[in-house]
Design a protein around this ligand. Sequence first.
Ligand code: SF4
Length: 483
Amino acid sequence: MAAEPAAPNGLEVDFLASSARALADPQLRRNFRRAMDGLMAKRAAVFPDPSEWTRLRALGGAIRAKNLLKLPDLLERLEKNLTKNGITVHWASTTAQANQVVLELLEARGVKALVKGKSMVSEEMGLNHFLGAHGVESLESDLGEYIIQLDGEMPSHIIMPAIHKNKDQIARTFSEKIRNAKYTEEVDELTAMARAVLRQKFFEAGAGLSGVNFAVADTGTLCLVENEGNGRMSTHVPPLHIALMGLEKVVERLDEVAPLYSLLTRSATGQAISTYLNLISGPRSGGERDGPREVHLVILDNGRSRIFQDPELRATLACIRCGACMNHCPVYTRIGGHAYEAVYPGPIGSILTPQQEGAGLWHELPHASSLCGACAEVCPVGIPIPHLLIRLRREAGHRVPGSTVLGAGSARSRLEDLAWSVWGWVLGHPAAYRLASWCATRCWRLLPSRAPVLEAWTRSRHKPRMAGASLQERLRRSGVPDA
Ligand code: SF4
């Protein structure tokens, strides 16, 4: 069993309390319901042919599985070819190391302002906060990220970070937080306000930062999928471009990107293709008039190589971050992303976060599922999410010899352990078993409906009803002899 690190910054997580708060917020629930219904309908419309979906998904899953099998080799090849293309590669085992790499790159060039395209890895790193503490302004340029940055919030969805807000709420934020902004609920006017602020920042910033959707090992190409053009601006206008990626994002060949890209855009937003697909193969060369003068890639591990060691849990790393599992999850659609209190919410977060940050601290997340299987059904690369949820539930709460899960067994309950030991002993002793069933069938009525020990169960369910006699007694009464 791998030891679990202490919670970062004394972080305390309480999924039950935060989800109860979310459920009590009718506006939040309306916002999510409307948004998720829309996303589900759009996705269904772009996968009209089930056989095409099945074939494409099998191809996408096979590509990701093959790439993960060859991961160490592909990462070496990627570094070699990126370097050949003039892109400098940095490796970071932890988020602290990755933050330090970014800071040193900025400090060495005297950069005090950074514009950011969307990057979930930067959320993992808490990069904005870290840079702010070191005197560097880091401005989100993705519209959704910009909105939540104004409000000091975390993303509530990996593709649409401000999906928890409606138009009125965004209008209020803009009128309060953007200088000289008037109150308007017109989407075009709101977008124009954000654009007016951001456009100027692209030209003033000393560096731009982006995520990476796929990194192609054979060609040394970074692929960036986006709709707003802010990714292209962040990566092309400032003189320095820093890209961040988790080490699992590597694919072997450029032709493998096409099916994954199609699965990603269709599953994420119901688009056949996104507005922009940026293929970055190096800094500006001699005769070129635009593009950054330097490109750096930071490859982050942060627990991924440990996940990679387990042949079953490795499937988690196949994720292409489309968000479809969230959009279709009956839990996520009711409580929204913030209730998970994690960088990655929804079904993918419920399998990824406990593995990255420890099953002790995050042991409630694998239980945040009805196990209906909708997430696995829509996952474009076929990750068996419910199966992995069940495994993480078991290994968080029990000592499983040889478990590779970080903090396995650290959510054990002594009371539960005792109950199972007693139950095991009773099952092994027929006389005790007969006595226990006799007592249970006669005495269950004496249990108060709201006994504290049963409260978590009976709060939303009826107290269990026992039969009037045990099966053995009933068989005996019907003349069946004891075995
Ligand atoms: S687990 Fe599957 S459905 Fe969920 S974000 Fe990842 S690729 Fe998309």
